[in-house]
Design a protein around this ligand. Structure first.
Ligand code: FES
Length: 193
């Protein structure tokens, strides 16, 4: 399945009446919910929020969360509780490439702090900030399960491991050249159809 793309319709993530996901995203959401038995479809909320985030320029506004709640026939607060708990969901606008640097023990002892500092200096932003061109956001997150290849970061569906300053340079150059938004949905949700 190809990654959902934002449709061509008028779309404003902060105006409820102007939110409508692409047909492909709506089909994906439907298929994700069908994975679960009748009445248990809200178990699909995590992957559905990834689809929603990819559709909505990388972040979940209150209005987008309301829209997701409506699609899933659950309450808005249930959506918000999940979206606000996990670091992979962004509740404010972000750059096309969100650099999520792991800061937990293995990565920390192997130089995560230096990597965060290096990226921050190179992009002239601090943690939580976005570059003025809207290309990069710098975040720190908890363990991403790749402790044996510390230090590492995630950007969309990609893991970048055993980071050094040279590898960071190459990564930022590549991402800038590609100029594309990176989403968790770049990793196919297999068997959703
Ligand atoms: S400590 Fe960084 S991936 Fe586990």
């Amino acid at each position: 399945m190809a990654a959902p793309t934002q449709g061509t319709r008028e779309f404003n993530p902060e105006v409820r009446g102007k939110i409508r996901f692409s047909d492909e995203a709506l089909q994906t959401i439907e298929a994700l919910m069908k994975r679960y038995p009748e009445g248990k479809h809200k178990s699909a909320l995590l992957p559905v929020l990834h689809v929603a985030q990819a559709e909505a320029d990388g972040w979940l506004s209150a209005e987008v969360m309301d829209y997701v709640a409506e699609l899933m026939k659950i309450s808005s607060i249930e959506v918000f509780e999940v979206a606000s708990f996990y670091s992979m969901y962004n509740l404010k606008p972000v750059g096309k490439c969100v650099l999520e640097v792991c800061r937990t023990s293995s990565c920390w002892t192997r130089g995560a702090e230096d990597i965060v500092d290096y990226i921050g200096k190179k992009l002239n932003i601090r943690e939580g900030e976005t570059t003025p061109d809207g290309m990069f956001t710098l975040k720190t997150v908890e363990c991403l399960g790749s402790c044996g290849s510390a230090p590492m970061l995630q950007c969309g569906a990609e893991y970048h491991e055993n980071l050094t300053e040279n590898r960071v340079d190459a990564l930022l150059d590549r991402l800038r050249t590609e100029g594309k938004r990176k989403s968790y949905t770049d990793l196919d949700f297999q068997n959703t159809k």
